[in-house]
Design a protein around this ligand. Structure first.
Ligand SMILES: NC(=O)c1ccc[n+]([C@@H]2O[C@H](COP(=O)([O-])OP(=O)(O)OC[C@H]3O[C@@H](n4cnc5c(N)ncnc54)[C@H](OP(=O)(O)O)[C@@H]3O)[C@@H](O)[C@H]2O)c1
Length: 316
């Protein structure tokens, strides 16, 4: 089968398209014929060597979230049949991952009627991160939440979930998703200079909790790598009055020094809930562009530009 693979760490130009053996599902895993694979900032961190000491030796595959048709079942798998349409995280510790003709999955849910495989492949990481971040932040219905960097796929999913949970939302975002975020019921203003004053004016004072989903330039788990977007956390602390009421999914370097909360434990136990919410139109992630496996370098360049404007997908 064809798969994107890398056998040294570095920038995305280490990624190559190869003919490789199909992976075999282990106990509790399924294999799918991939229809679409979502790209995320985490892909570039992994290619750059993140988790290198916790994963088996190279070569490794690219692609952390997928959708497609079930093709083989590992031992002990039930509740899913060959031919079913599913979406979820791809197994990424082997020589191939999601960006391949066939991929293994450790968790999944059925794609609901009315949702395409492309739309479904855009959901897993944004939904999982946003749901977990809201839970870990402890925001309650009726409270006021600030989502900073809501133009990201994670940020927009957080706005959608928060509104669905009855939470009032102020969002900071660039122009690309501003109108869409307003339609979801958020009060939207720009990030950058004067952000704290504008948010404070919209809030009429403090916000109850703040979630930072703005991308950073640093590797997500490295306290020794400064991030250019790191300047926002002090403003979020000022707006909530307490670093414990601020959580970042990205700026771990700045969080460590400020007492801001982070979330790192990925939990794919809510996949059925995400499928249900996607089927009801409550959860959706905008797809900005699609590419073939051969176009990975072009896709990587836009993904890393911090201007993707939505989810980038590899479509097979
Ligand atoms: N902790 C975890 O488990 C976890 C999991 C997934 C993702 N993450 C992190 O979460 C962040 C978002 O991921 P994503 O995949 O949702 O990102 P993404 O969609 O690729 O984010 C790109 C968007 O960010 C916005 N943006 C760019 N620069 C910004 C800035 N300085 N401040 C605010 N917004 C800015 C842009 O939208 P505008 O048009 O609004 O400017 C752009 O379209 C990344 O840092 C990622 O590494 C963490």
């Amino acid at each position: 089968m064809k798969a994107l693979q890398f056998d040294r760490f570095g920038s995305p130009d280490v990624i190559v398209l190869r003919d490789v053996p199909q992976p075999e599902p282990g106990p509790g895993q399924i294999r799918i014929a991939v229809r679409a694979c979502g790209l995320t900032p985490a892909d570039w961190h992994v290619v750059d060597g993140l988790l290198a000491d916790q994963l088996p030796p190279l070569p490794r595959g690219l692609g952390l979230e997928v959708a497609g048709t079930v093709d083989a079942l590992g031992d002990g798998v039930d509740g899913v049949r060959i031919g079913d349409r599913v979406f979820g995280p791809a197994t990424f510790d082997g020589p191939t991952a999601g960006a391949a003709e066939y991929a293994l999955m450790p968790a999944w849910a059925h794609i609901p009627d009315g949702v395409t495989a492309e739309q479904a492949a855009a959901l897993p990481m944004a939904a999982e991160t946003a749901w977990r971040a809201l839970d870990d932040l402890g925001i309650q219905p009726g409270e006021l939440l600030l989502v900073h960097g809501a133009g990201t796929t994670v940020g927009e999913a957080a706005v959608r979930f928060a509104r669905h949970r009855g939470i009032r939302v102020i969002a900071t975002a660039g122009p690309t998703r501003a109108a869409a975020l307003e339609e979801l019921g958020a009060q939207v203003t720009g990030y950058g200079e004067g952000m704290a004053e504008r948010v404070s004016a919209l809030a009429g004072g403090r916000v109850d909790r703040a979630l930072d989903t703005a991308p950073t330039g640093g590797r997500i788990d490295r306290a020794d790598q400064p991030s250019p977007a790191g300047g926002s956390l002090p403003a979020l602390i000022e707006l909530t009055g307490d670093p414990d009421r601020v959580l970042t999914v990205s700026d771990f370097a700045a969080a460590a020094g400020l007492g801001v909360r982070i979330t790192t434990e990925i939990r794919y136990d809510k996949m059925d809930e995400f499928a249900r919410l996607a089927g009801e139109g409550i959860l959706a992630v905008p797809v900005a562009r699609t590419y073939t496996l051969e176009q990975i370098q072009e896709a990587a360049e836009l993904s890393q530009s911090r201007r993707p404007g939505g989810k980038l997908l590899l479509v097979l």
